[in-house]
Write a protein of this length. Sequence first.
Length: 252
Amino acid sequence: DKMLTIKNLHVKLEEEDKAILKGVDLVIKPGEVHAIMGPNGSGKSTTSYVLAGRDGYEVTDGEVEFEGENLLEMEPEERAAAGVFLAFQYPVEIPGVGNLTFLRTALNAQRKSRGEEELSAADFLKLVRARAASLKIDAEMLKRPVNVGFSGGEKKRNEILQMAMLEPKLCILDETDSGLDVDAMKLVAEGVNALRSPERSFLVITHYQRLLDHIKPDVVHIMANGRIVKSGGPELALEVENNGYGDLLAGV
Ligand code: ADP
Ligand code: MG
Ligand code: MG
């Protein structure tokens, strides 16, 4: 049983003839946590964008299957409805839109596209309060406009709450290059760990090993120059932490 299968994925920018992904192979089973590490510019974020269906990229070869369906043929909204969730790279600020409204709209859009009934206001409130409490998120944050004036840590926490509400099957987390401070990182890790389950998988993209001190991955992949060049257990992340990418990428 596989959740996500990426086979020989080649991607270039739509605007120019620049190959970015050059044959990515990756299989994620239900319940597994995979981490992708790698030097800046190696194609980690591009991988996450292509999985989420962001504009601007053209798949020139290869396949992506999500629960037996061709993911690449699905619209971004269909992917979200199917259970693919991309978090973190650039959390948007939405002035004027309260967090509760945003969450309810997102949740009901998802339910609608799955052919499910919308939640009543009361049921939604009950659910969001319970989820927030279980993630130790202050109910006060629910009333504020989405991400406006949030600290870095609050934005992360908010994304974790979105994730908890939408109950995705595959959560893709793409940490920004600048990384997180230690407290924000712990929050993210606690949130992810709370949401881990035998049916839910995670693809955690990070430039640093630190996050993986708190989220224990089943498999670690090293990406370089548009390909996954090495895969292993958590020890691979430690190797990067101690020795950098030099030795791992020598001869690749
Ligand atoms: P990573 O996340 O591993 O740092 P990215 O996926 O962001 O790597 O980028 C991979 C390569 O593709 C880099 O060389 C980057 O400059 C290039 N790239 C990605 N997106 C764009 C874009 N929209 N326009 C120009 N170059 C891009
Ligand atoms: Mg980058
Ligand atoms: Mg990146």
